[in-house]
Design a protein around this ligand. Sequence first.
Ligand code: TYD
Length: 132
Amino acid sequence: MKINLIALQKHGDERGMLIALEQMANIPFEIKRVYYMYGTQANVRRGYHAHRNLTQFAIPVCGSCRFHLDDGKEKIDIILDDPSQGLLIEPSIWHEMYDYSDDCILLVLADDVYNESDYIRSYEEFINFVNS
Ligand code: TYD
């Protein structure tokens, strides 16, 4: 499985850092939705789903968390701990997030609005979906 970590250009000076996110530029899709997770408890594991069509891009704007990624053949765990780097989550990737730091703010950009019917929330259904 190819892990698509995208480095975001930092505009830093003596005042601090600034990163800009632009659709079809450093974000490789049109951004239709933005959401963020914060205050996640340390022992919580969330996600447990894949999407049929949705592409997302996750950035740990503060703190860190781990991603468990599974394409149905291979499973990989990575840490996101750099606000100047984001993870592209393509459709058909089962993902779980865990080990959120207390200060973690995980920002997610998505190429479509929220649509529950795009979710695959059963692992068995996910395996059938990727093999079909
Ligand atoms: P949920 O799907 O449980 O998050 P995750 O699986 O990533 O841990 O989402 C939590 C709640 O938020 C659920 O009631 C659906 C709602 N929600 C929205 O209304 N809009 C959104 O864009 C997202 C991602 C979730």
